[in-house]
Structure formats: structure tokens, C-alpha cells
Design a protein around this ligand. Structure first.
Ligand code: DX5
Ligand code: ZN
Length: 229
């Protein structure tokens, strides 16, 4: 059995990609060093923006060789979980604030064969995960208020990341951070104990399918900042 991988992983968010060419964008960021591909699903209700649904995830699946990391910013989430698992999501993450019965949502995700994640908005305290830790494969700390790319990192979340890192202990649970992650903020995020760094703007900035090497430079810069190498 492989040991649980706590090394730093960079997960570019395709929210910042060219939506007219999402398949090619996924291939490009993976070729340029992305460890996971982060897919932001928004419903115009839980968050004030609309993005993509399970049909687009299913269409993207053949273009993703690494890990399809699906972040559901939708309420309710339960009626749609099966569709995202069938679309090929490796991880399905629901928001604690969007689920009246978080324990049930997490059980549902695992029962369908995917890995289960919970996400916490910046104002949500970490203790909401205390009694579901053993149902979790991932905790996602939002370091911006979800809905849009390109917002500034909320520094109060560093303390929350450290506290969750301590709560996780030796459990095989990834600790992911999403929002405003850049080469400037990545060192604090990694030092606090996160192992998966989502980056939208900072990963895609200045690049394109025609100039993918810029994605490579962006990803390398975030990784170097996080690992101190
Ligand atoms: C925010 C999304 C994030 C976002 C990150 O609502 O969940 O994944 O796209 O974008 P940046 O890295 O630009 O803050
Ligand atoms: Zn996200």
C-alpha cells in the first residue's frame, strides 16, 4: 500500500482557464506540472456566480490524467452528488454551510466510491468538522469568500489551517487551501500545514494554450515558494 502523500500538491483551478477550450487547458496545465485539477462548481444561490455542472465534468474527465478535484459550491448538494461521481470526480467536496446533514452528505460521497471532502468558508470555525473527521478524505479551507477568482487572501485563515492540521493528526486526510494562493501567500499556507494548494489566477496568469510554458513557470513558482526550494 502506498503511504499517504502529504507532500505539497498544486491544484490549478480551471475557473481561471479559457472556458472555450477547457479540455485543452486541463491537458496543458497537467503537462506543465499540475498535480491535481480543481473544478469549481457554482450554483448562483450558495455563491453569487454560475459555472459548470456534471455534464462539463464528464466531458473533461478524459482530458484529466491526475486527480479531478470537484469543489461543490452549491446548496443543496446531496441531490447532485451522484451525478458528479458518475462524471468521474475523484474527490467531491461539499460546503459545511450548505449541508444541513453534513455527516449524511459525506457518507453518500464515499458510498458512491469517491473521496469525501468538506469545505469551510472563512467565517466558519473549524469545530464543525470535529465529529465527522473519520468520514473525511479532505478538508478545504476557503481563504476567500467563495464565488470568484482573483480575490485577496484572508490572513485569519492561517490560524484555522494550523488548528485543522492539529485536528487531523495522523489521519489520511488532505488539507487544501483555496483562494488568493500566490507565491507570496504560499509559504505561510504550507508552513501552517496545508498539502494541497489551489491556485486560479496565480497558475493561469499570463499563459494560454498557445503559451503553456507560462503555466509551468507559474506552477513552479508557487511550488518553490511553498516548499522553500
Ligand atoms: C473561489 C474558488 C477558487 C478560486 C481560486 O470561489 O473556489 O477555486 O477560483 O481563485 P484564485 O486563486 O484566483 O483566488
Ligand atoms: Zn475552489
Amino acid at each position: 500500500m502506498n503511504a499517504f502523500d502529504r507532500s505539497i500538491k498544486i491544484a490549478p483551478s480551471i475557473l481561471s482557464a479559457d472556458f472555450a477550450a477547457l479540455g485543452a487547458e486541463c491537458r496543458a496545465i497537467e503537462a506543465q506540472g499540475a498535480d491535481w485539477v480543481h473544478v469549481d462548481v457554482m450554483d448562483g444561490h450558495f455563491v453569487p456566480n454560475l459555472t459548470i455542472g456534471p455534464a462539463v465534468c464528464a466531458a473533461l474527465r478524459p482530458h484529466i490524467r491526475t486527480v479531478m478535484d470537484v469543489h461543490l459550491m452549491i446548496a443543496p448538494a446531496d441531490p447532485y452528488i451522484e451525478a458528479f461521481v458518475k462524471a468521474g470526480a475523484d474527490f467531491v467536496t461539499v460546503h459545511a454551510e450548505a449541508s444541513a446533514h453534513l455527516d449524511r452528505s459525506l457518507q453518500l460521497i464515499r458510498s458512491l466510491g469517491a473521496k469525501a471532502g468538506v469545505s469551510l468558508n472563512p467565517s466558519t470555525p473549524e469545530n464543525v468538522i470535529e465529529y465527522v473527521l473519520d468520514r473525511l478524505d479532505l478538508v478545504l479551507v476557503m481563504s476567500v469568500n467563495p464565488g470568484f477568482g482573483g480575490q485577496s487572501f484572508i490572513t485569519s485563515q492561517i490560524e484555522k489551517i494550523s488548528r485543522i492540521r492539529a485536528m487531523i493528526g495522523d489521519r489520511p486526510i488532505h488539507l487544501e487551501v483555496d483562494g488568493g494562493v500566490t507565491p507570496e501567500t504560499a509559504p505561510r499556507v504550507a508552513a501552517a500545514g496545508a498539502d494541497v494548494l489551489v491556485a486560479g489566477s496565480a497558475a493561469f496568469k499570463g499563459g494560454s494554450i498557445a503559451a503553456p510554458e507560462i503555466y509551468g513557470r507559474n506552477i513552479a513558482a508557487i511550488r518553490a515558494a511553498a516548499t522553500g526550494r
